[in-house]
Design a protein around this ligand. Sequence first.
Ligand code: PGA
Length: 259
Amino acid sequence: MANRQPLIAGNWKLNGTRKSVVELASAISDGAAGLPVEVLVCPVSVHLADVLAVVGNSPVHLGSQNCSEAESGAFTGEVSANMLQEFGCEYVILGHSERRALFHETSEQVAVKCLAVQKAGMTPVLCVGETLEEREAEQVESVIAAQLDAVLAAGGIEIFRQMVVAYEPVWAIGTGKTASPEEAQAVHALIRQKISSLDADIGSKLRILYGGSVKADNAASLFGQADIDGGLIGGAALDATSFLAICEAAASTVEKSAS
Ligand code: PGA
């Protein structure tokens, strides 16, 4: 894991009530105190203020699951990067496969969103990943390269200085099927090589998370891989006990590499 601090991010998706997210956030901030990992929770926008009230004075960070490309104006239903920043967000998940598939977001739009998020002083968590069909057609490398290239075309390599990348094979999201640690590592290494070939310093510092059916029982073997710097967690992030067990799995890799 080199000198990169692991990041464990909870993507709560379209779940929860004001009461349940406050309970979940409190249990996570209590349990994560003192762990040598960065912990991030991403509720829906209307829950941000309630969650901020809980995590605001804890080391747990707050993020959003999406944001608008626009700063303001006639864009009914959108939420801008500056608005999210004002609600305490430090990260914004962008280009999640659900947004790409269900809301038809293109890599070019995702790239513009990355710029908007950085302009507002936050860090994008850029999701990339292939479908099962693309994997079977041996297109993993070209699909991921194209997703990264769109962002590079919009912002150049410097945009990756304040960025987290999440590799999420679409076939592993919410399916209970995880990429094996070796399969995931192979793609993480490709991503790092691509960024490092443009700027070695940015490449070596870039945190690359794995996402897709990460659970307490498979987390340690994934996080033990050289280029896996944490996880983007969906289903298991909705239960404080499982999410904290995943945070602890990441912490144990830090402790191991320090000893
Ligand atoms: P999952 O979701 O952990 O439920 O597979 C991950 C994600 O969609 O980010």
